[in-house]
Design a protein around this ligand. Structure first.
Ligand code: ATP
Ligand code: MG
Length: 233
């Protein structure tokens, strides 16, 4: 049983870490994502699968409070994300979730090191330089620590974004296609790192992917169906 390090995240709440009820989303009158009822227990690392356009990123945006679902609700660590005001959603996301965006969204004006430091400052109110250096080394970017995001290759950027998501020691790590630009060796290493972080800090992983290389590592799956395949209400 891994022992969480102190001060890294708030007290675990009772019940599932993520709980969707009757969840679906429409855009322009068209259903683009349907989950219904689903939950993710703490420690039950899950893979989010589905073809392009099936709503993986839409679901991740709802889980992380960046998008309000058109139907149903989502609870994160017992708090109803979509019922919170914007500032409350930001706080819940920062304190509870480490997010790897499909489009990375590293801050262009900041170095890799400074991107990680800002994430820590916003989530924890302090900067842990040793932890930043450790993680940057762990993703193989020690030699690129002072580089700006636009100076990185796509795969280096993906590794930096994974390090940024883990540096706050979040309870929930949500990653959208985190290995799509990585070669086999780096893809395996990044999944190893996410599982290592989960073991060390007690984090739970929710990873959207098309990447068949990483799928066997996860016991739980949530399969989304493309709307064209006809999802019943
Ligand atoms: N801003 C938007 N306005 C209208 N439709 C959108 C918007 N963003 C996404 N969609 C549509 O919503 C559906 C789900 O998109 P989403 O990005 O969630 O899919 P995805 O499963 O993440 O796909 P991919 O594997 O290609 O990343 C798609 O049909 C997409 O065209
Ligand atoms: Mg997507």
């Amino acid at each position: 049983m891994p022992i969480p390090e102190s001060g890294a995240f708030s007290e675990p709440s009772q019940g599932p870490l993520v709980e969707a009820r009757g969840l679906s989303h429409e855009r322009d009158g068209r259903r683009v994502m349907h989950i219904g009822d689903w939950h993710l227990a703490a420690g039950a690392h899950a893979l989010l699968l589905g073809p392009s356009g099936s709503g993986k990123t839409t679901f991740i945006n709802i889980v992380t409070g960046l998008l309000t679902p058109s139907h149903g609700s989502i609870r994160i660590a017992g708090q109803e994300m979509s019922a919170l005001p914007p500032a409350g959603r930001d706080a819940l996301r920062r304190q509870t979730i480490g997010l790897v965006f499909q489009t990375l969204r590293l801050i262009p004006a900041l170095s890799v090191t400074a991107n990680l430091a800002l994430a820590q400052k916003l989530a924890l109110g302090r900067v842990d330089t040793a932890e930043i250096e450790r993680l940057i080394g762990r993703v193989g970017l020690a030699h690129r620590a002072q580089a700006r995001p636009r100076q990185l290759s796509q795969g280096e950027g993906q590794r930096a974004a994974i390090a940024r998501a883990l540096v706050t020691r979040p309870r929930l790590v949500v990653a959208d296609e985190p290995t799509s630009a990585l070669d086999d060796r780096n893809a395996a290493a990044m999944i190893d790192l996410m599982f290592e972080a989960a073991d060390t800090t007690g984090a739970t992983l929710l990873v959207a992917t098309h990447d068949g290389r990483i799928a066997p590592r996860f016991a739980n799956r949530l399969d989304l169906v493309a709307p064209a395949a006809g999802v019943a209400s």
